[in-house]
Write a protein that binds this ligand. Structure first.
Ligand code: SDX
Length: 432
């Protein structure tokens, strides 16, 4: 019996009927809502919620966010502790399999991923077919989708061993595909994985190695990339994860689902924001142009990219950690001239009621672009640097979806606003 305090009593004034709706985990069931109303005259009630601003699509144990308190936890572990003390591959294992790995599990996991970094040569040829100036996110989205054709067994999503193999392959191959997309844009030869290097060292080697025998990355940059990868690994039901879950709900293979996630992340309101932030800072150019830019934002001409978040209404804990990582990277690369503009922009925005009243604060994308620029990435690569680590979160969420007995194929309702029952007039008569 439901505790009467944990219910809503709803009166349908169309019929005078009253309904008691249980409140479970802060939500009411849409199915219970559809019971309100009877027949043609008073149809069942649904929820209209563009962008799902107030709709829970699933139960998940992967990531917890408290937007008001600026809390982010992966499987219960605070992001600050993971960023400080863990590695990306250990965090990926935690997200996907729910527990921190034992020494033996970790060793096997790292070995499997290290020895799956190579990509079928036909995929290299496919990537070389892109225009010289193809956006690397378009290349990544396509090549991950193409991976599904090399591993047809991936369609057997019910088999845990097959699922594990595809998860290992995607985590392992994303840096290779991302690095090759970067090299493609530079007109440089693709660098093959070096299995003697760690995950992030190998990524840097495939990006920047030239004629030297072995690429030796600065350990401070490797650590900064490791922290950035951990911070970007998952973020509960964001736009791209929703895309992965929605496409995955059709029971398609995980490569196709992740390819849909890459497509969603590409958008400037989501992962594409880090690229947009850097272009915005470059466009502002000097501190004296900031007031006019801010006025343009307040006039609604454009958004202050890297600011605002659907969930965080005080601060994004990742932005705090990234800001510190900036200092570590700039120690190696020298301070970005855009840092001063970013800091001034943040200071002005945080003191301006337009942003305060809308609870707009720097998000994960505001400062990450400065690090990527200092690491000599072009802005077009920034979202690729987001997609690579987010693959761990997408796969964790996809795996949870496949095992969730509550889940069904995603097929929302609509409010129909078009014409009805028109009579068709054949072209021969219409065009007389
Ligand atoms: C990511 O969801 C996640 O978890 C995403 C992410 C992850 O890890 O997966 O955290 C990664 O995508 C971070 C967000 C990166 N995007 C940007 O930085 C782009 C700029 N930000 C916005 O477009 C916006 O803030 C969103 C998309 C992030 C959030 O949008 P919401 O929650 O739908 O909020 P909204 O658009 O309804 O905005 C509320 C008000 C509006 O003003 P009014 O219509 O009330 O007058 O705030 C305004 C918006 O116009 N507003 C902004 C603004 N963001 C919102 N005004 C100026 N600049 C901005 N950046």
């Amino acid at each position: 019996m439901t505790n009467s305090q944990e219910t809503l009593t709803v009166r349908d004034n169309r019929t005078g009927e009253e309904y008691e709706l249980p409140i479970t985990d802060g939500t009411i069931s849409a199915k219970d809502l559809s019971r309100i109303g009877t027949g043609e005259e008073n149809p069942g009630v649904a929820v209209y919620d563009p962008g799902f601003t107030n709709t829970a699509s699933c139960r998940s144990a992967v990531t917890f966010i408290d937007g008001d308190k600026g809390i982010l936890e992966y499987r219960g572990y605070p992001i600050e502790q993971l960023a400080e003390n863990s590695t990306f591959l250990e965090v990926a294992y935690l997200l996907i399999y729910g527990e921190l790995p034992t020494e033996e599990q970790h060793e096997k996991w790292v070995h499997e991923i290290t020895f799956h970094t190579f990509v079928h040569e036909n995929l290299r040829s496919l990537m070389q077919g892109f225009r010289y100036d193809a956006h690397p996110m378009g290349m990544l989205m396509s090549s991950v989708g193409a991976l599904s054709t090399f591993y047809p067994e991936a369609r057997n999503i019910a088999d845990e061993d097959i699922r594990h193999d595809q998860i290992v392959r995607m985590i392992a191959k994303m840096p290779t595909l991302g690095a090759w997309a970067f090299r493609h844009g530079q007109g440089k030869p693709y660098v093959y994985p070096d299995n003697e290097l760690s995950y992030t060292e190998n990524f840097l080697s495939m990006l920047f190695k030239m004629s030297e025998q072995k690429y030796n990355a600065d350990p401070r940059l490797v650590k900064a990339l490791e922290v950035l990868f951990i911070l970007h690994a998952d973020h509960e039901q964001n736009c791209s994860t929703n895309a992965v879950r929605s496409v995955g709900s059709s029971q398609v293979d995980p490569y196709s689902s992740v390819s849909a996630g890459i497509a969603a992340l590409y958008g400037p309101l989501h992962g594409g924001a880090n690229e947009a932030v850097l272009k915005m800072l470059r466009r502002i150019g000097t501190k004296d142009k900031i007031p006019a830019f801010i006025e343009g934002v307040k006039a609604g001409n454009e958004k202050l990219m890297g600011f605002g978040h659907r969930v965080y209404k005080n601060f994004d804990p990742r932005a705090t950690i990234i800001k510190k990582a900036c200092d570590d990277v700039f120690e190696v690369t020298g301070v970005s001239p855009l840092l001063e503009i970013a800091q001034e922009l943040e200071a002005i925005a945080l003191a301006d009621d337009y942003f305060i009243s809308r609870k707009l604060y720097p998000n994960v994308d505001f400062y990450s672009g400065l690090i990527y620029e200092a690491l000599k990435f072009p802005p077009e690569m920034f979202t690729v640097l987001f997609a690579i680590p987010r693959t761990a979160g997408w796969l964790a969420q996809w795996r949870e979806l496949v095992d969730d007995k509550d889940q069904k194929i995603a097929r929302p309702k609509q409010i129909y606003t078009g014409d009805r029952q028109l009579t068709f007039v054949p072209a021969s008569e219409r065009w007389k």
